[in-house]
Design a protein around this ligand. Sequence first.
Ligand code: ACM
Ligand code: ZN
Length: 537
Amino acid sequence: MKKVLLAAWCIAVSLDCFGGGKLLRTPSVDVVPRPAEMTVSEKGVFTLKPSTKIVFASNDEALLNSARFFNSVISPSLGGELTVVCDGKKASKNIQVTLGTLQAEEYQLSVTSQGVQITAGSPAGVFYAFQTLRQMLPAAVFKGETASAIELPLVEIADKPHFAYRGAMLDVCRHFFTVDEVKTFIDILALHKMNRFHWHLTEDQGWRIEIKRYPELTRVGAFRDRCSLEPGAPLDAQPYGGFYTQDQIREIVKYAADRFITVIPEIEMPGHASAALAAYGFLGCKGEGYTVPDIWGVKEDVYCAGKESTFEFLENVLSEVVELFPSEYIHIGGDECPKARWKECPVCQQRMQQEQLKDELELQSYFVQRIEKFLNSKGKKLIGWDEILEGGLSKTASVMSWRGAAGGIEAAKSGNYVVMSPNSHCYLDYYQTQEVEKEPKAIGGFLPVERVYSFDPYEGLNAQQQAYIMGVQGNLWTEFISTLSHAEYMALPRLAALSEVGWSYDHRDYNEFKQRIKSLTGLYEALGYNYAKHMFE
Ligand code: ACM
Ligand code: ZN
């Protein structure tokens, strides 16, 4: 095949520099998430050639990123990178980029036969314009087929996201994913113009972030004695685990930032803490006898809320965490914290008396609010799962609603900011078909693409309350997902549907999406992403 292509290319080049070696434009312009406004003209094409330049008005590293990104996409086909110039000089037949007075993530993209003009509110908008251009390229480009030129369809696009927060969470604790795999997950977010990567880094079954002050967290807490790699299969006798060094964390944060994605780390407390307790027994109410569990489920052993040493430990951990993540938000978990140990623990009970807390829910609220004050002192904001509402929520904490939308609605009504990620619409670990016997084992549920697509994050809220909905997030828990390929299968194309909820909220159309997504799945295939095909059956 390669030889045939090479021969065709040689003939094309020898006959006519921009003749048969051209890669033709895709017949339709199918962009996901759906742009706010788009007009396609059939009256010509723009021909991208090796001589086309990308022209910026200034030499800004954040802008150059987008050029690098676009060059990495097209250079295998064009046999080299487009020249990037930063003098702002206008000339026809180029890709001309300017910043204007638009919203930060907004862009306008004009492709005429005379060139490409991108205007954006910030470098992020420029990046999204290039993502849109990328989706307009012929599929052959992604397969690396060589050409002397690439034809682009003529379009006028004016586009901006509806929600500021468009995220996805990956659980790297139940199963571990390597640095390169995490980068691929980030690439997938970037392709869909998503801008938050919620990285679930600590859990009962594994602590995955190096903390210099507490080496046992990763020496002990990052590994469990046994693990079943095949979902549902008996546990094997091999130790299982892994963690990210702080250098690797910085590398991933930078990789995401280059794609205009903020990484929000999650350090779980007070529950889902067995791995930390196994490393440092003093953190639990009983003080010893903990191991890193190899079975899923909610565990009764949690951080002791009575001992000062628990808070000292968490503040020291968070002090290292805030240095690694530029994100304004730090996620502290807060979900599924059984109160059995606190009820029996004299130190926890003493804390409740001292602080005049009427029950263990208020003790949890004390815990979360104390951590929030600490994060605020470091210039960060706290976000947690909707259980942080129980026992009283501070005025300033933000809520990630997962047990349906009720917690998010309650929080928005009290004037707290909310990310909607209800299990009814946003749980990417749920089955995507009812024919579960044909599927790899999943945690349960039934969440087809269409249902994800239909999600309305504003439901039940008036206009004033809607202002507190920051956006949406898909959650990929990995109890039954041990490979990246399986993670991709669960995420795609449901993440594409969610990207339209977040970006194209008020101009969605599922039947039209079903057509447009076909081009995107062509791109998934070319990029080697595994995806589920139920919606096409
Ligand atoms: C959760 O799914 N436990 C947040
Ligand atoms: Zn206790």
